[in-house]
Design a protein around this ligand. Structure first.
Ligand code: FAD
Length: 434
C-alpha cells in the first residue's frame, strides 16, 4: 500500500506520520526545501524516519493516481522529473494569502501579510521602516509581531471587522492553543504602543514609484467607508491580508467536489474521488492545530488503519468550532468594492482595470471563461491565484448573481508553472532512482 502525501505543512506531516504508523509505504512531496509549511516557516520540522521525503519537489500534474513531480529549485532550468504511482493520495496543499484590491495596491511597498511575515520569519528582513498592517483576521497580529521583532515600526494594525464578533462564539476558543498565542501577540503590540483598530482599513496606497503613504478610513459593518473619516498616514510599506485562499488546483484537477470554496471531505478526510483524501487548509481555514489533526485522520484513513485516531478526531471537532467562528467573525464584505476607482487594477499580472472588467461584463460576459477571454483577467503569471476570487466576486456583485463556474479560476491543468523545455523533454526516471 503506497500513500503519497502532497504538502509538508502541519496537515501533510501529520498525514505522512499517521500513514506510515499504519504500515503504509509513504512518500511526502513538498515544494519547499524544508518541511513545516507556512506555520513552521523558519523552524524546519521532521517527518517519521520511515517516510520518504522528496524536498524541493512539486506535483505539477497527474493521471489517475499517477503523479508527475519535478525536483529542484523552483527557478532552476535543471529540475529532475519523477513519476509516482499511488494507491491513495492525501492532498495537503494549504493556502495562500487572500488580498482585496484597492487603489495603489500594485505599488512597490505593498506586500501581502504572508509575504511580509515569510521575509521576517525566514530571512529576518523587515519590509519597511514605517509599516501599516491592514485586513481582517487574527493573522494580522502575528504579522505585526514579526515585523516588530525585525525592527520595523508598525504604525497601526487595522482590522476591517469588529472585534466584538468573537463574543458571539465563547465556546470556540475553549481549549484552543490559539488563545495563548493571541495573548502573546497582544502583549508585544501593547508594549510597543501599537494601536489596533477595529472597523478600519487601508483603502488606498499612494506614491509615484513606491508607497509613501496610505489613506485609512473607518468602515461600516458592510465595509463601506464612513464619510469624513479618511486620513492620510506616511508609511514606506503596507501589509495587507484578508484571510486565505485554499490551493485547490490539484483537488479541482482530480475532480473533487467543493463546498463553499473548499474541498468537501467526510469524517475520514475522504474526498468525493475514490483514493483521494484532503486535509488542512484546503478543506477550511482553522489554523495549524486543526490542520495537523485533520492530517492525522486522513493519513490513517488513506493507509486503511484498522482503528481511527480518536484523539485526532476529537481535536478535529474542537478545531472546526474555532474555524466556523473564525469564518463568521472575519468575513470579507461587499462594501470594499466601493474603495475602487475605474482605473484600479483588478488583475495585476495582465493590468486589467475595473473599467476593463466592466467593459467585458457590458459585452455580455457572465461566466469565468468568457470574462477571462474578454478582459484577460486571470490569464497572467499567477493564473488567477491572486485575483480570481475577487474578479468572481466583483462580477457577481455587478451582475446580481454568482458566476455559474466561479470555481473555474482554480482550474489549472498544469498545477504549477513549468518551463516549456521541461514539458517537451520529459524522459521520466524510473521510480527506483528516487
Ligand atoms: C503565507 C502564510 C503565512 C502563515 N503564517 C501563519 C502563522 O504565522 N501562524 C499561524 O497560526 N498560521 C499561519 N498561517 C496559516 C497556516 O497556513 C496554517 O495554519 C497551517 O500552516 C496550515 O497547514 P497546512 O498543512 O494545511 O498548509 P501549509 O502549511 O500551507 O502547507 C502546505 C504545503 O504544501 C506545499 N504544496 C502546495 N502545493 C504543492 C504542490 N503542487 N506540490 C508540492 N508541494 C505543494 C506547500 O509548499 C506547503 O509547504 C499562514 C498562512 C499563510 C498562507
Amino acid at each position: 500500500m503506497r500513500v503519497v502525501v502532497v504538502g509538508g505543512g502541519p496537515a501533510g506531516l501529520a498525514a505522512a506520520d499517521a500513514a506510515v504508523r499504519a504500515g503504509a509505504e509513504v512518500v511526502l512531496v513538498d515544494s519547499e526545501p524544508w518541511l513545516g509549511g507556512q506555520y513552521h516557516r523558519g523552524t524546519p520540522q521532521h517527518a517519521d524516519s520511515r517516510v520518504r521525503h522528496l524536498a524541493s519537489s512539486t506535483v505539477w500534474a497527474f493521471e489517475g493516481l499517477r503523479l508527475h513531480v519535478r525536483s529542484g529549485p523552483a527557478d532552476s532550468p535543471h529540475r529532475t522529473p519523477h513519476v509516482l504511482d499511488a494507491d491513495a493520495v492525501v492532498l495537503a496543499t494549504g493556502a495562500h494569502d487572500r488580498v482585496v484590491p484597492f487603489p495603489g495596491w500594485d505599488l512597490p511597498g505593498v506586500y501581502t501579510a504572508g509575504a511580509a511575515q515569510a521575509l521576517a520569519k525566514g530571512q529576518g528582513v523587515a519590509v519597511g521602516r514605517r509599516v501599516v498592517v491592514s485586513g481582517t483576521g487574527p493573522f494580522l497580529l502575528p504579522v505585526a509581531e514579526s515585523l516588530v521583532r525585525v525592527g520595523a515600526r508598525v504604525v497601526e494594525v487595522l482590522e476591517a471587522n469588529a472585534f466584538g464578533a468573537w463574543a458571539r462564539y465563547p465556546g470556540a476558543l475553549a481549549n484552543v492553543s490559539k488563545l495563548g498565542e493571541l495573548a502573546r501577540y497582544a502583549t508585544v503590540l501593547g508594549r510597543h504602543r501599537i494601536p489596533v483598530r477595529g472597523r478600519a482599513a487601508v483603502i488606498a496606497a499612494h506614491g509615484d514609484d513606491r508607497v509613501t503613504g496610505v489613506t485609512v478610513a473607518r468602515l461600516r459593518p458592510d465595509w463601506s467607508v464612513v464619510d469624513g473619516t479618511r486620513r492620510r498616514i506616511a508609511v514606506d510599506a503596507v501589509c495587507v491580508g484578508h484571510g486565505f485562499t485554499p490551493r485547490l488546483e490539484l483537488a479541482v484537477g482530480f475532480g473533487c467536489r467543493l463546498v463553499g470554496g473548499f474541498v468537501a471531505v467526510d469524517g475520514t478526510g475522504a474526498t468525493s474521488v475514490p483514493g483521494v483524501y484532503a486535509a488542512g487548509e484546503v478543506t477550511g481555514i482553522g489554523g495549524a492545530d486543526l490542520a495537523a489533526a485533520e492530517g492525522a485522520v486522513a493519513g490513517a484513513a488513506a493507509a486503511r488503519a484498522p482503528e481511527p485516531p480518536t484523539r485526532a478526531l476529537r481535536a478535529v471537532r474542537r478545531g472546526r468550532r474555532f474555524a466556523e467562528a473564525l469564518a463568521a467573525a472575519h468575513p470579507v464584505r461587499e462594501g470594499r468594492h466601493g474603495w475602487l476607482t475605474p482605473d484600479t487594477l483588478v488583475c495585476r499580472c495582465e493590468e486589467v482595470t475595473l473599467h476593463d472588467l466592466d467593459a467585458a461584463l457590458d459585452l455580455g460576459a457572465a461566466d469565468v471563461r468568457t470574462i477571462k477571454l474578454a478582459s484577460r483577467a486571470g490569464l497572467g503569471l499567477c493564473q488567477g491565484r491572486t485575483c480570481g476570487l475577487e474578479i468572481a466576486d466583483l462580477a457577481a456583485a455587478r451582475l446580481g448573481h454568482p458566476l455559474p463556474d466561479a470555481d473555474a479560476f482554480h482550474r489549472r491543468p498544469l498545477a504549477t508553472p513549468l518551463r516549456l523545455g521541461e514539458l517537451a523533454d520529459a524522459p521520466l526516471l524510473p521510480e527506483e532512482d528516487l
